[in-house]
Design a protein. Structure first.
Length: 269
């Protein structure tokens, strides 16, 4: 058995101890109990953007609901890297092939499953709500951004949210991701687009080794209390697939936020 290696991140801390995290639609709509904040995109009716006067540095001043964006001390995304240890809360997938549906919320494109999917983290079950993307990635690994990042948003019965992040690099075309990337352009006008049958398990890399930490939604209202599980192994997408994502939503990524002494668990399963 490997023991958890501890570090601090102002010296990065790789240790044991996951906190509670929370996310649900896009990165900004979500549901706690009946309705919580989500991890990526639309905090309607308030306008916000990724640049200019409504960009990330101004989110906290755009609405009284967005205060955590500027005053929060456990914000996401962050820079992670280094260390390894035995996961104190193993991640298990409960995914299967399912018909899917694609929608565009104005800040990113989402994929929804039409049958139940989910994960278990440390014995706690979370139901899958949707996945969406950011290009380039929001989290960085040792300061390096990837071409894209996918967020799989889940919610527990008690309203708690857990997000699995998967980084993407350029490589060979990825057939498993084709139903999503091919449907992205058609969803741009706000229509719900059938994705056909999606092999959800195949969307994940072979390894579920991950970084885990307590964070927030990465879009307004930037609510904290989100369980983040960022997989160490990226998936490969073809150059054309990545170009399709960027054409739909380029630069929809929040800058890295201060760690502020939080623990980051680099967990090997």
């Amino acid at each position: 058995m490997r023991s958890a290696t501890l570090m601090t991140r102002k010296s990065l801390i790789v240790g044991s101890g996951l906190g509670l995290l929370a996310l649900v639609t896009g990165c900004s709509r979500s549901a706690a109990g009946a309705a919580a904040p989500s991890p990526s995109a639309s905090a309607a009716p308030h306008a916000w953007s990724y640049d200019g006067a409504e960009g990330p540095e101004h989110w906290g001043a755009l609405s009284s609901d967005f205060g955590s964006c500027s005053s929060g001390t456990a914000q996401s995304p962050i820079d992670v890297g280094g260390g390894s240890g035995l996961s104190p809360a193993p991640l298990a997938l409960a995914y299967s092939a399912s018909e899917g549906e694609i929608t565009d919320n104005g800040h990113t494109t989402e994929l929804h499953a039409l049958t139940a999917q989910g994960i278990t983290v440390g014995g706690k079950k979370y139901a899958f709500k949707q996945l969406h993307f950011h290009a380039p990635s929001e989290h960085t690994l040792d300061g390096v951004r990837h071409e894209a990042e996918f967020h799989f948003v889940h919610q527990a019965d008690d309203g708690g949210l857990a997000v699995v992040g998967i980084l993407a690099t350029v490589g060979a075309p990825n057939a498993a991701w084709a139903p999503f990337t091919e449907g992205v352009p058609a969803a741009a006008d706000g229509q719900k687009v059938p994705a056909g049958v999606v092999d959800f398990p195949a969307l994940f890399p072979a390894s579920l080794d991950h970084f885990a930490y307590d964070g927030s939604l990465t879009t307004p209202p930037c609510s904290e209390g989100v369980r983040w599980l960022l997989l160490k192994t990226p998936v490969e997408l073809g150059a054309g697939q990545l170009a399709t994502l960027r054409a739909a939503h380029a630069g929809n990524s929040r800058p890295v936020q201060p760690l502020n002494g939080r623990d980051v668990v680099a967990a090997d399963q």
